[in-house]
Design a protein around this ligand. Sequence first.
Ligand code: ADP
Ligand code: SF4
Length: 689
Amino acid sequence: MRSSHYDILFEPVRIGPLTAKNRFYQVPHCNGMGHRAPSGMAGMRRMKAEGGWAVICTEVCEIHPSADVSPHSEARLWDDADIPALARAADGIHQYGALAGVELGHHGFRAQNRTTREVPMGPSSHSVVSYDPVHSRMMDKQDIRNLLRWQKSAALRAKRAGFDVIYVYAAHGLTTAMQFLTKRYNQRIDEYGGSLENRVRLLREMIEVTKDAVGDTCAVPVRICVDELLGPGGLCSDGEGREVIEMLADLPDLWDLTVGDYSNDARPSRFGQEGAHEDYVSFVKQVTGKPVVGNGRFTSPDTMVSQVRRGVLDFIGAARPSIADPFLPRKVEEGRMGDIRECIGCNICVAADNTYTPIRCTQNPTMGEEWRRGWHPEYIPERESEDQVLVVGAGPAGLECAVSLGKRGYDVLLAEASEELGGRSAREPRLPGLAMWGRVREYRVEQLNHLPNVQVYPASRMTAQDVLDTGANRIVIATGSHWRRDGVARYHRSPISDLDQAALFTPDDVMDGKQIEGPVILYDDDHYYMGGVIAEKLRLQGLEVTLVTPAPLVSAWTVNTLEQTRIQRRLLEIGVQIRANEALVAFHGGEGSLACVFTGNTQALKAQSVVMVTARLQDSALYDDLLARSGEWAQAGIKTVDSIGDALAPGTIAAAVFGGHRYARELDQAPHGDDVPFLRENAQLGPWS
Ligand code: ADP
Ligand code: SF4
């Protein structure tokens, strides 16, 4: 049972006409499923209800075709035809006694309207926020009346769909209501522009129409940005951000607070700690009698208690912590703190939405798979055979596989070459900014401590003969990968011929503590986090570092994880030189040759060393040796040998965890063969003549 210290988190709290059963509040978050995969979205939300969250909200829900942010797949209530899909989410959430929330939104000039071809509109005429060659038009009075009507209609539809908590959304710079609030976007000279009182008018009217429409039985919160982190030029918590809350103090039923843009709200752990918003949001409870929810990657129950006790927040808002562990409230309630799967702040979940794909999570391999594969984050079917399983390699893939097989009840042997378990999830967290990522290892090692049927053998590098000698029936090779030295990745598809091997290093060498002399050329053709992290580490050691990349941006893929701008800023601030759009084509005699990716023209750059952050190669030697000895398997009792994680094909930590989990789930299940291994929602055909 839990300690009474946490009781405060389980107090009921009133929101308008409703009561939330506790203080755990899943704030709206994108998930890449939205209107294209409504059952997937509903299954994911229902799981959180089962996990004990009191309020569970959808992602943003477009209220009209002029709010179209496709190809992002958000929820929609354009008309009545959209009600059944959303009703599924509300029903699922209600099954476990939680309140269902929907974040109604109109996106102003953020909506490129790529699908609907409506002309974007906002408070003033602006370029849309992407590089689309599109401008918004200034909304006239009729447009404003229309917007209020759409908000009201969507609210009524949301109520019919079964939602209890129906939002007015004015945050993230993405919504019309917020665009009207900020001087920067609102250059109107009518009663909706100019003074703050005028700029607040639209938000006030949106709250009023929503409350008029549904406020008798539903709660109407406002999600608002209280500080844009732009100083007095934007909304700020000691300026206009505060004044807006003061003006509207008790009008909404709840304040849902955000800070900065989306990249700050979902701030990656490399650039912000748990509860980082406190200084900006703590004033709100002093100026309103209505409950307040705020987020900040809260994973520690002690931090949550502290936020409530000190009067910062009434509800603990969570998006990512609820993704990493949908059962977080239940675990706190039952005093199972060690079982909490803490979010690592990597933003792989956000990257799914940014790449228009269903959500996934590094820590929680079942995220997004609740409906389509029927996976549950806490329950896994019992074993279906007496087979003993040998897992070789205790990186993210091997650890997850061993833990999940252990939970199914299999007899498992886990052999790891090093003294320490964790593989890359032990090594990489020692690099600058990645400490939180160690939770991937910590959670799973903690789980192993409670699984007596999993025998762990550290410092045990396995050979094929060792494997054959164990007597295990199922063999899982999770031996990981290593970084290439030959320059092969995306720009070079075959090795660079002219390389001075003596001066060449890889991230593995850096993590092994090899001595590297500067100046250094760091050649990044990987484009995820490693290039930027190694450049930072070497620079902090005092070396001169030039990061060379064929991409236009440093760590270009991290645009999707909302890290890119901060990574490039940090490198520039600490004095890393950046050469974008160039590829390393040769290195010898203390000189690199860099080719422009457009013209091929080369320039020389002097350096003592090169660190190649290019591609990785699977460590498949053991797997290959075992395949070569397949004739001996039967006698050794071996039924199958499989390779998972980076040993199969190097990828993200999330992919390795997923691979390990999938193996464990599917062992002894009927093979999928050529069948699609998950449910799909195929588009319904329209009329045809
Ligand atoms: P993944 O991300 O797929 O889990 P990692 O590289 O993080 O891959 O982990 C692979 C782990 O496998 C490392 O900890 C490594 O020490 C271990 N390993 C590699 N080869 C062997 C082997 N022959 N026997 C035991 N462990 C091995
Ligand atoms: Fe947290 Fe990463 Fe999972 Fe997102 S993907 S919830 S940031 S662990």
